[in-house]
Design a protein. Structure first.
Length: 376
């Protein structure tokens, strides 16, 4: 019987993988002053146990001013030019590489959804594309302001600096987080971006910030070490979607990224990571018929990571559709450190405990058993 594509090797940019099962980025709030803990080293080491697996790190602040949301300012790791932070991540990447697996660090700026109280205590403003807070954020509505153009350029440079720090920490690449209602996604969406300059208004202008980040990071570390994550259909954190606007906006982004790679192979991204319509932030949903990523798949000829509610069978079937698709698993990877092995052998999966996703300590983090341990 032939081996399904899901368990076959694939090259993504500069990185060779031995399977197409990807660990999705998963916020776990176990960092200490933005430094990955020893528990994090063990957590990622466990999930790297099948050699040649790609692990995408939890969302990671690119600067002290980039965070301070509901998860707190310091329990989420950072990645900037701080020796303690770089050293902390180096322990993680060394542990992953010792298992024969790979890591991309996800670069994160949460923009307007940060907590004003936390930011202000640290001397930072609450900013976004426009002076528009997310729905229900009464405090944010009083204080959020639009980024100036020089501040936008500074943000782009901070992504570059973070990417360089990630590689210094031993990461194989970085993923630009342009999904789920965070800063780049806020620029993309019309309801959170009311700018009238070159960063707002038209489809092209709303895409500009994300494309500038990708271009700058690619120029700094090589496009073959850069991925980007999109969530076209999410309404998470007050993003709006509609049949007339959403698909044209994301088609333009995919077209621009495809054009870059087609014109110059050195500008081909390692991958695009796209969230399925059935996944809406931390919730599952039933999408409308017009909510589909299929037109985006037809545009992009590079590697595509697809995420959101995949079962083993659906993952195998989806990866079999072409030779460029990888499948990301999130919650299943939390509860099954040996997920790749279990999927390959068609073994039962441990169910995750959502109550332990964001609490400190090893419980629900590093104490999920491997299958062979369960059988003892």
């Amino acid at each position: 019987m032939s081996v399904p594509n899901l368990f076959k090797p694939i090259q993504i940019g500069a990185t060779q993988l031995q399977n197409r099962v990807v660990m999705a980025p998963l916020t776990r709030t176990r960092a200490d002053k933005n430094i990955p803990s020893d528990l994090a080293v063990e957590y990622y080491k466990q999930r790297a146990s099948s050699p040649g697996t790609l692990l995408i790190s939890e969302a990671t602040y690119i600067h002290p001013s980039s965070g301070g949301g509901g998860f707190g300012a310091e329990t989420v790791p950072g990645i900037w030019n701080d020796p303690a932070i770089v050293s902390g991540w180096k322990k993680v990447t060394d542990a992953i590489h010792a298992q024969g697996s790979k890591m991309y660090i996800q670069l994160w700026d949460i923009g307007r959804v940060a907590d004003y109280g936390i930011l202000s205590k640290n001397g930072y403003d609450l900013t976004g594309p426009s002076a528009i807070a997310q729905d229900g954020d009464e405090e944010g509505a009083k204080h959020v302001r639009a980024l100036t153009v020089p501040e936008i350029k500074q943000k782009v440079q901070r992504y570059v600096d973070a990417a360089k720090a990630a590689l210094a920490a031993g990461a194989d690449g970085v993923e630009v987080h342009s999904a789920n209602g965070y800063l780049p996604d806020q620029f993309i969406h019309w309801n959170s971006n009311h700018r009238t300059d070159e960063y707002g208004g038209s489809i092209e202008n709303r895409a500009r910030f994300t494309l500038e980040i990708i271009d700058a990071v690619s120029a700094a570390i090589g496009a073959d070490r850069v991925g980007v994550r999109f969530s076209p259909w999410t309404t998470f954190q007050s993003m709006e979607v509609c049949e007339e606007k959403t698909l044209p906006q994301f088609k333009y982004l995919f077209e621009q990224l495809e054009k870059r790679g087609a014109e110059d192979p050195k500008k081909r991204l390692s991958y695009i990571h796209v969230i399925e319509p059935r996944a809406n932030g931390i919730f599952d949903m039933t999408p409308e018929p017009w909510q589909t990523n299929e037109p985006l798949r037809q545009i992009w000829t590079g590697n595509l990571i697809r995420a959101g509610g995949f079962t083993r069978q659906l993952a195998i079937e989806t990866a079999q559709e072409d030779d460029k698709t990888l499948i990301a698993f999130g919650r299943a990877f939390i509860a099954n450190p040996d997920l790749v092995y279990r999927l390959e052998k068609d073994l039962p999966l441990t169910k995750w405990d959502r109550d332990t996703f964001y609490v400190p300590g090893p419980h629900g983090y590093t104490d999920y058993p491997f299958y062979n341990e369960e059988k003892k």
